[in-house]
Write a protein that binds this ligand. Structure first.
Ligand code: ZZB
Length: 257
């Protein structure tokens, strides 16, 4: 699977994380890195998700640059020329996802600029980086999750307003209008982030967005999504806000003894 790694720079750590990140040298940049298949939707980021039950690492990538990702992703990246030193993995801290909830990060291209790290129960530890950037305009999973977070803010231990950033239309489609995720979630009567219909909704949103979507926001406004996708990605890579990240999909590499 070929993902784009998006770098969301830490602006202010949540209180619960401050003690744990003390060993990171002053003046360094730490990034939450999200794996996405849809770089063209980055204008619509409203928050970034981690799992409260995953323990993440903070890895030194090069002098002054650190990534907050899963151990598994750090190992993969070490063999793709993303971090300095082939095969070298340098973990400087271990932090539970639960302790970074509320951290403020800068989301590249997002109309909102700075967004919060919020919890998502359906984040898989075995996919991507374990960090998922949220685009509730175009991802049904993200839409269902932010609605649930706002509805049960106390239960999730967050401030309601962290989950209520405006959902700005960025892609228009003939079938589902300009808020594909909201339309699909409503039409399919999806009521929770754990609804069994979400994988179908995701598939449908991918197809409709890619084959029939048109950008209505940002630098490539007016272009079909199928053309804008690589252009947005190249632009993010050029500005240093993203990189290519490949993952052996579900492949287990074992060594016979
Ligand atoms: C932003 C985004 C915007 C995404 C969108 C999707 C959509 P796939 O096809 O299964 O590989 N994702 C990434 N890592 C994880 C994880 N560890 N656990 C749960 N979800 C994860 O799915 C890749 C997409 O799933 C990624 O692309 C990411 O969300 C999420 F408008 O990034 B995406 C219709 C989908 N739209």
């Amino acid at each position: 699977q070929e993902y784009t790694g998006i770098k969301l720079k830490v602006i202010e750590w949540a209180d619960a994380a401050k003690e744990q990140v003390k060993s990171i040298p002053e003046g360094s940049n730490v990034y939450f890195v999200a794996a996405t298949l849809r770089p063209e939707t980055m204008y619509g980021q409203t928050c970034c998700f981690v799992s409260k039950v995953i323990t993440y690492g903070i890895f030194k990538i090069r002098e002054g640059e650190y990534f907050f990702i899963s151990d598994r992703a750090a190992r993969n990246m070490a063999y793709q020329g993303i971090s300095s030193g082939w095969g070298n993995v340098d973990r400087v801290a271990q932090v539970s996802g639960a302790d970074v909830i509320g951290t403020v990060v800068n989301a590249p291209l997002s109309a909102h600029g700075n967004v919060r790290i919020l919890p998502m129960e359906t984040v898989k530890a075995t996919k991507g980086t374990g960090v998922v950037t949220s685009v509730p305009s175009d991802s049904p999973d993200d839409y269902a999750t932010v609605k649930d977070l706002a509805k049960k803010a106390d239960y999730y231990g967050i401030k309601k307003e962290w989950a209520e950033l405006e959902i700005i239309p960025i892609i228009n489609t003939p079938k589902y209008g300009n808020l594909v995720a909201e339309t699909l979630v409503t039409q399919m009567k999806i009521n929770s982030p754990k609804d069994a219909k979400l994988p179908d909704a995701k598939e449908e949103a991918y197809k409709e967005g890619f084959y029939h979507g048109k950008m209505i926001y940002g630098e490539f406004k007016g272009l079909p999504v199928s053309e804008a996708k690589d252009k947005v990605k190249e632009s993010l890579i050029k500005s240093g806000d993203a990189f290519n990240y490949a993952e052996p999909d579900g492949l287990v590499i074992s060594r016979s003894s």
